[in-house]
Design a binder for this molecule. Sequence first.
Ligand code: NAP
Length: 329
Amino acid sequence: MLATRLFKVGDIRTVEVAEPVPGPGDIVVKVEAAGICGTDRHLFKGEFPSVAGTTLGHEFCGIVVDAGASELAVGTRVTCDPNTWCGACYQCQRGRVNLCTNNIATGIGRDGGFAEYCAFPAHKAHVLPLDLDPLFGAFCEPLACTLHGMDIGAAKSGERVLVIGGGVIGLLAVQLAKLAGCEVMLLTRSASKQQLGRALGADLVAATEPEALEQWPEGADLVVECAGVSATVAMSPRLTRSGGRIMVLGVLADGVKVSIEPFDLLFREIQMHFSFLNPFTHARASRMIAEGVIDVSALITRRISLQEASDVIANAAPEGEVRAIVVPG
Ligand code: NAP
């Protein structure tokens, strides 16, 4: 079968490989759709650790073709929660499973969904309805991560929420903030992403920090950083109202430093939080996608083949692109 593998930093290729052999507790799915995420590009550039030679793809769904010892029926559509925590370490035992140092992420630490078939632990499968557009199943994982961030950010009805970054994570955060009853502004540079943000519920849009401050001079109660660049992390405190919160979801490369002013954070008592992965949120995300509570169809820019995937990951997303989805086979 074909699989898109990251052989080493900067070397990604779609190659012919053997079909996966399920380990104990695994199922095998025929992959229907797998999203290319900002994190795949971080992995390609070595800005996020991965295991050399791994098939990437951690946002995917597929049809069960081998149910192993599980109770899943062959033919069931499932989405994969890629993070397999050990359950035994200190962090797992206290419920902080996303901090498990033994976590093996499908598509990062073991072969993932940019392939015709993928094996992963059965207990990480969440059932999706067969009448759902399979492309929508590729959004369960990013929604689960965004849910974790929004849970920590705890936006309350009537609050002002500023989302920075109009990629998938940002556009999901916009929708979750609207569902929570907030007034929402999206700050992103691209005019087409601003337009999309408005269509998905953003009340206001801005391209720059001054444009945002012109509309909300006091700042937002909650700033959700979803761009993953130094400039947007650095501007987040300046866009936060006194007594407000910042939630950083964006991933900056290991070692990157950002200048912030602790005096300002202290004097205005701004809470700065970080959100990592999807602890206990994948089931909620799958349900929301299955029930159509979140609009993901608008986030699909194009479908691509496995053969195209390596080039797409190795290059920056073209202007205006939100999500390219790999459809194998
Ligand atoms: P993405 O598609 O690259 O979206 C990021 C967006 O940020 C871009 O669309 C870009 O849009 C905007 N942006 C970039 N520089 C900007 C600037 N200076 N000012 C304003 N907007 C700017 O990535 P994604 O898939 O949505 O993911 C977003 C981030 O979250 C990534 O860093 C990803 O690795 C991370 N992530 C984190 C988690 C977690 O668990 N914490 C999970 C998944 C993803 P414009 O061109 O319109 O500005």
